[in-house]
Structure formats: C-alpha cells, structure tokens
Design a protein around this ligand. Structure first.
Ligand SMILES: Cc1cc2nc3c(=O)[nH]c(=O)nc-3n(C[C@H](O)[C@H](O)[C@H](O)COP(=O)(O)OP(=O)(O)OC[C@H]3O[C@@H](n4cnc5c(N)ncnc54)[C@H](O)[C@@H]3O)c2cc1C
Length: 553
C-alpha cells in the first residue's frame, strides 16, 4: 500500500540561495510533508516526500505565500522502505568519473535529494564533449562543406583544400568544445548544490570505500562511470611503431600527406572520410567482409563504392601481418585479396574499437566482477556483483553511445538510491555512423532476425526512387526494411542516405511500438523529404515503386 509520495515541483522566481531556503522552508511547513529539498535556486525545482494525502494545492499555496510560483511536475508513490539509501559518512553516493553517464547520474541523485560526490581524474565532461562526438562531428561537417564547395558534383578529389582550412577548423572545434564543456557540464554542475566535484584518480578500496589521492571515503553507494579507452589489436610491430588513436587524430595541428586507417567501424570510417575530404590520400583496411561490419552488407558495399568515388581506397577481408615505421612513415604489411601488399603512408590511425576503462580501479578488492574485455558485469538494474556498487556507460561494454551512457547513469543512480528497480532496456536502440551519406539503423538486421529463428521479408529501395534524393541530385544510398513475414511487423530499418540520422527516428518509433510496414504506408510523409523513403521502402514489399506516380501510393 502506498502511504507516502514523492512530488517533483518546478519553481519560478528564485534569484538567490536565500530564495531556495525560503521555498524549502515553505514546503517543509505543509502538514504531512516529511522532507522538502530545493537543490539550489538555479535548479528552479523542488522535491518533496510527503504523506499520500498531501494535496498539490496545499504545496502550491505554500510556495505562493512565500512569494514564488510553482507547478507540480510529477507525483510518484514511495513504496515502504524506499528512501534514498544513505549511511555514507559524507556522501550518499559517490560517482567515479565525470562524463555523460556520471553527469546524468549525479543530476538524478541530486534531484532525489542525495549528497553526491563526483570524482574526475581528467577533464570534466569526459569523452563525448572533449574528444568524441562533439569534436568529430564538427570537423566532419566542416570537411563536408569544404568538399562540397570544392567539388559540388562529387566528382572526386583532384586538388587539396589549403592546409590553413584544417588549422582554422581545428581552432573553431576547440572553441566549440570549450564552450559546450563550460555550458553543459561546468555550469550545470553549479546549479546542483548537492553535487561536489572531487578532482583526482579514484580507486575502490573495499566493498564500500573509495580512495582519492590518499583520502578514503565511505559513501552509501558507489557508481562507476569510468568510460572506455581505445583498443588496438596485437599486430606485430604496432606497439613499437606507435600510431594515432581517434583523440590524437582529431587534435593534430597539421595534416599528413597520406594516411592508413586500420578498422572500418564507425570511428574509422568517419575519420577516413574526414581526412580524405581535407585532401589527405587515405587507405582504409578492414579485416571483416564489408565496412561498417554491424550493418547490412548492402549498406557496407554501397558505402565502399561512395568512398572509392572520393578516391579513398577501401580494402576488406584484409589480414595485417606486421607494421613498421621509419623516418618517411609507416609500412603496413598486409594480405589483400590474397596478395601480399605493402601499404605505405605518412600516418597511421588504429580505429579497432574501444574497451571498458576498468584497469587499476580496485574492482577485485571491491568484489565487482568483470567480463573478458574488462567490462563491468551488471544485472538488469545496473547493479554489479557488489550490491552497493552500480555501473553505467561505456565501462559496462557495448553499445557505447552517449545517449546510452546518460540513460544508464540516470537509471543506475535511481536504482542505487531507492528501490525503484528500474530495468535497463535497450530495445529499439537506433545508432548512426556520421559518414556522408550517413548510415543509420534500428532493430534487427536480416541476418540477426533469421539467426533468431524469425521468418522475415525484406524490402530494399534505392535512393534513385526517392524524390528527395533526385531533387537534391544525390542519389547515393538505400533503404532496407526487415519485417516479420506473417504479421508484417517492422523488425528493423537500415538507411544509407543524406540525413539518415534524422530519418531513423520515425523507424525507431515504428519498431519500438510494434507497427507494421503497412502502417508506414498508411501514414502521411511530407513529399520531398528523405523520410518519405521509409514509406516508399514499405511500399516496396508489395509494389514496384518505379511504376508509381511521384506522390501516389
Ligand atoms: C571519436 C568518437 C566519436 C564518438 N561519437 C559519438 C556520437 O556521435 N554519438 C554517440 O552517441 N556517441 C559517440 N561516441 C561515444 C561516446 O562519446 C561515449 O559513449 C560516451 O562519451 C561515454 O560516456 P561515459 O560517461 O560512459 O564515459 P566518459 O565520457 O569517457 O567518462 C568517463 C570519465 O571517467 C574519468 N575517469 C576514468 N577513470 C577514473 C578514475 N579512476 N577516477 C576518476 N575519474 C576517472 C575519465 O577521465 C572520464 O572523464 C564517440 C566516441 C568517440 C571516441
């Protein structure tokens, strides 16, 4: 039976810490309220734990009487025994890491009224803002603009943009990173008075203790959000030769003449095309049968052709035997199409994936189990093998995306501090590779669906049949839909197209909510948008769209 509720309120009109104290006092004075928390005036919100019979009106009137305005944003039951679990000497929860998972966790914990200690050893904000999503995507956009203006018809690279272009965009990238780090991390942290930043490297020192630079803390709960680090395969000579990882590649002061990229996953493809578009001679080596290995083969094969059109040499099914380096650059000894080949370049990027950053964290001492790739093992509530320790973000392994890290951080913090028992659910998770054209997918591939014993139908539509692509004079790409054979339910959507990352969102809703391909057909799609390709692809299951009039269904 629910005898208590937690109520979240938005509060306007607070301009200083004194205001926050007034609102807290006003709410705390309402009969039946057990606890009222305002995590600083900038947060513009309050949290109340109260008897279930306390009304919204009583709370709102109390705020109004103290000179402010409020609205109730959520009411949720507090089950017996549920309160955030304290017991820590200084902090209710300590979060190891200061990236996206950590921030989402810290904000959630502060909103629950907890005292939070966030420990960061490097740069606040972590991978995404500093060395990942933000810098890579802004440089990719700059490369695209530079390439389009130099080669409007995509005729291939015949001359190099001036090197000063690169220096300028790197400078602008650094400015953007600095401003987003400040605005989205440093300033956001100040809003939440319940969060304290501790600078230093953390280590678990037992089941419920954390040490940072010689100081030991005993928080109520611990959340590990230490992210991931680039991983390189054990290729003979590679470690001795040295190489660039994505972080180093994105911050180079100058461009090399030529580049070999090992690995054609998202990061390898994005970096390869980025540098190619700045005039670098690029070769991409991939051991798998096609690039973008997790995607549909049709998409990988088409992307390879488009990269080749930009004079990027892409080799698949490659075996790399060893790497050497001398004063003039690198030699990658590889077997390509069964023939030995020496691939020479001034620079070498290794983009063969990332692994959980969990070494030297004291996990064994804390009784936290890890898997074969160092990833922290968690249950469906993101709890580790130690019941007082939770983990979220890249450190629990694939899939490694920032929106997954943020979702996990929020969920893990709530589960750690209350008995909410939220379940980590990555059903219908979309993802994007930011090449041009982009790759975006959601749900099952044809192969994965068949491997799972599903009987499926597929439909593939070339962009030559999508009016938007014809009008934009860029018909590079395709749509592929995977549907359950008997019901027509959409199981997966895979798009290679300019703007595929936006298009996939509609397909994500369709997959998540169990819609049929026919539902896409019966839904309006604005003419001359790329999203219309989804509807046309769905039509392709039963009709030849080449025989239809432009917007006729
Ligand atoms: C080049 C590149 C491009 C990417 N592009 C995208 C994209 O477009 N979209 C997308 O969704 N994802 C992208 N990602 C992935 C995304 O950046 C990550 O999934 C996300 O940032 C992971 O967040 P996290 O909080 O788990 O880890 P991180 O953000 O890495 O945070 C971990 C933090 O923990 C700190 N730390 C580690 N150990 C300790 C310790 N012992 N004590 C104290 N602090 C410690 C680290 O310094 C770090 O700041 C990209 C990644 C890269 C590398």
């Amino acid at each position: 039976m629910v005898d208590r509720i937690q109520i979240g309120l938005g509060v306007q009109g607070m301009t200083c810490d004194g205001c926050a104290a007034h609102v807290e006092q006003a709410l705390g004075g309402v009969e039946g309220v057990e606890e009222a928390t305002v995590p600083g005036w900038r947060a513009a919100r309050a949290t109340v734990v109260a008897r279930a019979d306390v009304t919204d009106a009583a709370l709102l009137e109390s705020v109004q009487a103290s000179g402010y305005r409020a609205q109730v944003r959520e009411r949720r039951p507090v089950r017996a025994g549920q309160r955030f679990v304290s017991g820590g000497e200084t902090y209710d929860i300590m979060i190891v890491g200061g990236g996206s998972a950590a921030f989402a966790a810290a904000i959630k914990a502060a909103e629950l009224g907890a005292k939070v200690g966030m420990i960061e050893a490097g740069t606040l904000g972590g991978t995404c803002v500093n060395v990942g999503c933000v810098p890579s995507k802004t440089l990719i956009k700059a490369a695209e603009l530079c390439y389009r203006s130099a080669y409007p018809k995509f005729e291939g690279l015949t001359a190099c943009p001036p090197p000063s272009d690169w220096q300028r965009v790197v400078r602008q990238k650094d400015e953007l990173v600095a401003s987003l780090r400040q605005g989205k991390y440093v300033d956001v942290m100040k809003i939440y008075q319940g969060i304290s930043l501790i600078t230093g490297r953390a280590r678990l020192a037992g089941p419920r203790s954390v040490t940072v630079d010689g100081t030991t803390y005993r928080p109520g709960k611990i959340l590990i959000a230490t992210g991931s680090v680039p991983w390189a395969p054990p290729i003979p000579g590679l470690a001795e030769a040295g190489f660039l990882d994505s972080t180093e590649a994105l911050s180079r002061a100058s461009l090399p003449q030529s580049l070999v990229v090992i690995g054609a996953g998202a990061i390898g493809l994005e970096l390869g095309q980025l540098f190619g578009r700045f005039g670098v001679r690029v070769m991409i080596l991939e051991s798998g049968p096609h690039v973008a290995g997790g995607e549909e083969p049709e998409i990988g094969q088409a992307l390879t052709r488009y990269l080749a059109d930009e004079k990027i040499r892409v080799c698949t099914g490659v075996r790399i035997e060893r790497v050497e380096r001398d004063r003039s650059g690198y030699t990658v000894h590889a077997v390509i199409d069964g023939q030995p080949e020496e691939c020479r370049a001034e620079q070498l990027i290794v983009a063969t994936g990332r692994r959980a950053n969990t070494a030297n964290l004291g996990l064994a001492e804390a009784g936290v189990d890890v898997g074969s790739r160092g990833e922290i093992r968690v249950d469906t509530n993101l709890r580790t093998s130690n019941p007082d320790v939770y983990a979220a973000g890249d450190c629990i392994g694939d899939p490694m995306y920032v929106y997954v890290a943020a979702y996990g951080g929020n969920l893990a913090a709530e589960n750690a501090l209350t008995d909410a028992g939220r379940v980590y659910d990555l059903t219908a998770l979309p993802h994007v590779i930011f090449t041009n054209p982009q790759v975006a997918s959601v749900g099952l591939s044809e192969r994965a669906a068949k491997a799972a014993g599903r009987s499926v139908r597929t439909a593939v539509l070339s962009l030559k049949d999508v009016p938007r692509a014809l009008a934009a004079r860029d018909t590079r790409g395709l749509f592929k839909l995977v549907a359950e054979a008997d019901t027509g339910r959409l199981l997966g959507a895979h798009v290679l197209a300019d703007g595929a990352g936006e298009v996939i969102q509609a397909a994500t809703l369709a997959v998540k909510f169990g819609l049929r391909a026919q539902d896409l057909v019966e839904t309006f799609h604005p003419y001359l948008t790329m999203a219309e390709g989804l509807k046309l692809a769905a039509l392709t299951f039963d009709r030849d769209v080449a025989r239809l009039s432009c917007c006729a269904t």
